[in-house]
Write a protein that binds this ligand. Structure first.
Ligand SMILES: *Cc1c(COP(=O)(O)O)cnc(C)c1O
Length: 400
């Protein structure tokens, strides 16, 4: 079948909740993907940072195949011999005492919100059902009813109310706004250390440290959504570590299973996650042995291949080189590690057409928030590949 036939089928039979580039990918290897016509592309999206380890990493593939031949799903009604090892290795890697595994990122966010509310009632003694959670404008925390309830993007929410109460939104990057929004009923502050979907928005330096301090002083939980920024993407294991901050709760997903499987988790300590009792929360697939085995292998790749350091080095080089590209369209190049945004001028006519031109030249990137092109290749990228891409990007940033 040809590209156009696949696209026609998809458009006819599938809901149109995405506007993908018209490239039909059939396989991938490391930083490269191949379409059904055999054309090769550098993947600069990494499935929204889910494939930090590179496409079809052989070690993660081997773990998947091995585990799939043994047992894939037990449900949590019984124990399995992968989940305990996953818990232990995740704790060793992240420094958190405990974790709770889910599947999608949005589910893990919901899980963190539930435990924050329970903590507020049980520990902080907030009157039942009055807990408030502070969130930030421009956030992205998923697509469930609750996570869109505190979205500020009209497209994400306009037709989907009524919304979940209990959330307060303040401007992103302004610690004093959080201070002012705190009441005796505040359970938690939830934010992304860098807003990925919001357009690679990096808050002012010191922000995360101030927020952590405000939370500590006011007996409020600090929840960091590191689903996109975590696991090496920004050149630290967690983006909050750029400011030496260790939030009370960190949410991860995406790269936790290297793109092979949806695995997410809420990380925290006994004091918070220990509050869940049997029956209060769960997931049929959460913590299944296949997910646990894959995630164990995916975490091991991050460590063994030193991907955090690699993201720091390659990211610094990529950002520096992108910043030096002369272009009438570019307003700003910003990023941390390999989470990079190129913001275009208002007159550039939107980022989409630039992504289409990049596609023609063999680079897959996706616009975010109309005017930002995100460059977030797998962390296994090397300097030669960046050097290959730069002249092509320069060409595209200089089209009419
Ligand atoms: C992708 C993402 C989510 C949602 O994850 P899903 O797996 O798509 O549900 C939540 N928060 C952030 C910061 C994300 O980037």
């Amino acid at each position: 079948m040809k590209t156009q036939e696949f696209i026609a089928l998809e458009e006819h039979f599938g809901a149109h909740n995405y506007h993908p580039l018209d490239v039909v990918i059939t396989r991938g290897d490391g930083v490269w993907v191949y379409d059904v016509d055999g054309k090769k592309y550098l993947d600069c999206l990494s499935a929204y940072s889910a494939v930090n380890q590179g496409h079809v990493h052989p070690k993660i593939l081997a773990a998947l195949v091995e585990q799939a031949g043994k047992i894939t799903l037990t449900s949590r009604a019984f124990r399995n011999d992968q989940l305990p090892l996953f818990y232990k290795e995740l704790s060793d890697l992240t420094g958190y005492e405990m974790s709770l595994p889910m599947n999608s990122g949005a589910e893990a966010v919901e899980t963190a919100l539930k435990i924050a509310r329970k903590w507020a009632y049980q520990v902080k003694k907030v009157p039942r059902h009055l807990a408030e959670i502070i969130t930030c404008a421009g956030n992205f925390h998923g697509r469930t009813i609750t996570t869109i309830s505190f979205s500020t993007e009209p497209l994400y929410r306009d037709d989907f109310g009524p919304f979940t109460p209990g959330f307060i939104t303040v401007p992103y990057g302004d610690a004093s706004a959080i201070s002012k929004a705190i009441t005796p009923n505040t359970a938690a502050v939830l934010l992304e250390p860098i807003q990925g979907e919001g357009g690679v928005i990096i808050p002012p330096e010191g922000y995360l440290k101030q927020v952590a301090e405000i939370c500590r002083k006011n007996n409020v939980l600090f929840i960091a959504d590191e689903i996109q920024t975590g696991l090496g993407r920004t050149g630290k294991l967690f983006a909050a570590q750029h400011e030496n901050v260790h939030p009370d709760v960190t949410i991860i997903g995406k790269a936790l299973a290297g793109g092979f499987y949806p695995v997410s988790a809420v990380l925290s300590d006994q004091e918070v996650l220990g509050l869940f009792t049997p029956g209060e929360h769960g997931s049929t697939f959460g913590g299944n042995p296949l997910a646990a085995a894959i995630a164990r292998a995916a975490m091991k790749v991050i460590v063994d291949e030193d991907l955090v350091q690699r993201a720091a080095e390659m990211g610094e080089y990529f950002i520096e080189q992108l910043s030096e590209i002369p272009s009438p369209h570019v307003k700003e190049v910003r990023g941390k590690g390999l989470l990079i945004g190129v913001e275009l001028n208002e007159k550039a006519g939107g980022a989409r057409r630039f992504c289409e031109y990049l596609q023609e030249r063999g680079i897959l990137a996706k616009e975010t928030h109309e005017r930002v092109i995100r460059f977030a290749p797998p962390l296994v990228i090397d300097k030669e590949t960046i050097d290959w891409a730069l002249p092509l990007i320069r060409d595209v940033l200089n089209i009419e």
